[in-house]
Design a protein around this ligand. Structure first.
Ligand code: UD1
Ligand code: M6R
Length: 371
């Protein structure tokens, strides 16, 4: 039932304040005068000791689920102190990459039925790793075949383009990082700040959804373009990849997410006064580096659309003209949840304006159960 919305993708984008609430329901503990704020993930609490002892955490997934894991990787590394590596499921299987008994492998999948991810799971089980599932579908193959896991609880997602599952997956993985790091005193203040940020997140997502009309206007400007680049780094490298995936998957426009640190190693050659480029430059430890990326793109007369923190419009566009998308600031590791929303809206409006099928893009299926 689409309710007041025209398309499922639109409904699911606008549902995110609620889906994030259900993802966190019963899992965040407010703490009190003598009790610290903490996270309770019923599905993994008995496995935390084993996870903390593992020599590596390996995230495995495809498409949007892979991107969600990439967004959560920095906070997991920070709070666990364990090396975290990333694997696209099909590539791990193609390479027969090394997986060890001392590894914790984490399988991320909205549907829980993706053939590539399931094959990688089978492979990790054969190699004796601890297998953890993060899935939106209770009773799915991944939920059944992993040793333990966390249900995303984002509610049923119908649009082929994953939107609300993405933001909920990031939140689950941030909670996973908090749970793993829970025994470390030195990071307690950091963890508590993130938990406060999680409590406020649905409200902030509601605020960023107000950019709907602005994103529709931007889509109108981009309607006839051939290509859109998206530059990000740090926490928001994943946002660049995921924003580009949304645009290509539903709006059928070429789009590429680029790690801004790689700009001079090739992509800079593409920059001219015609190609539209989104640069994600919200406040975090990478902000000054992104400012210098913007300056270099200006110097090549790049056609820039800069996503920045509210109030930063004037300071990010020094030395050139650009369009700005201003978003509210949250804890750095949760910022990807906020930053993807305008790009989801942009992809949605671009698709409708270009006259394509938003909920069932050509050649794609919601659940990819064949290889
Ligand atoms: C569980 C209940 C929830 C209830 C809550 C109350 C289910 C599905 N969930 O939620 O309804 O409100 O207790 O305390 O009944 N699992 C995997 N692999 C996966 C995902 C999950 O093995 O990919 C396993 C978990 O290890 C766990 C079980 O499935 O044993 C349920 O996981 P989850 O729903 O995340 O647990 P809770 O949040 O505790
Ligand atoms: O169900 P899964 O999360 O395992 O699906 C993985 C990908 O097929 C999926 O995310 C795909 O990339 C989406 N259509 C993206 O919107």
């Amino acid at each position: 039932n689409k309710g007041k919305y025209e398309h499922y993708m639109q409904k699911e984008i606008h549902e995110q304040p609620e889906s994030l609430k259900t993802t966190m329901r019963g899992r965040l503990i407010r703490g009190g005068s003598c009790k610290a704020k903490s996270v309770l993930l019923g599905g993994i609490k008995d496995h935390l000791k084993t996870i903390r002892r593992s020599r590596r955490i390996v995230f495995i997934g495809c498409g949007t689920s892979y991107n969600a894991a990439l967004a959560a990787r920095p906070i997991l590394e920070e709070l666990s102190g364990i090396p975290v590596t990333m694997e696209i499921a099909s590539d791990l299987v193609d390479r027969q990459g090394p997986i060890y008994r001392e590894d914790t492998t984490v399988f991320v999948s909205q549907s829980g039925e993706t053939a590539d991810t399931l094959q990688a799971l089978e492979y990790a089980l054969e190699n004796g790793a601890l297998c953890v599932g993060i899935t939106n579908t209770v009773g799915s193959a991944i939920a059944r075949n992993t040793h333990c896991g966390v249900h995303i609880n984002a509610g049923c997602e119908i649009g082929v383009a994953s939107t609300k599952a993405y933001t909920s997956q990031i939140v689950v993985m941030a909670m996973l990082a908090l749970a793993i790091g829970d025994d470390t005193i030195s990071s307690q203040a950091r963890r508590e700040a993130i938990i406060d940020g999680l409590f406020d997140l649905p409200k902030t997502v509601k605020e960023v959804l107000k950019l709907d009309q602005e994103m529709k206007d931007l889509a109108q400007l981009l309607i006839a373009e051939q290509s859109l680049l998206v530059f990000g780094r740090g926490y928001n490298y994943a946002t660049a990849l995921e924003g580009a995936l949304k645009v290509k998957e539903v709006a059928l426009m070429h789009s590429e997410g680029i790690l801004a640190g790689e700009m001079k190693h090739g992509p800079l050659a593409l920059v001219d006064e015609t190609l539209p480029i989104v640069v994600i430059a919200t406040r975090d430890a990478c902000f000054s580096k992104q400012q210098s990326v913007i300056q270099q793109l200006h110097a090549r007369k790049g056609r820039l659309i800069v996503m920045c923190t509210k109030g930063d419009a004037a300071s990010v566009c020094v030395g050139g003209s650009c369009r700005v998308i201003e978003v509210p600031q949250v804890e750095d590791c949760l910022q990807p949840v906020i930053n993807i929303v305008p790009l989801q809206l942009l992809a949605y409006h671009l698709t409708v304006l270009r006259g394509y099928n938003v909920d069932q893009p050509r050649n794609l299926a919601k659940s990819v159960t064949t290889q």
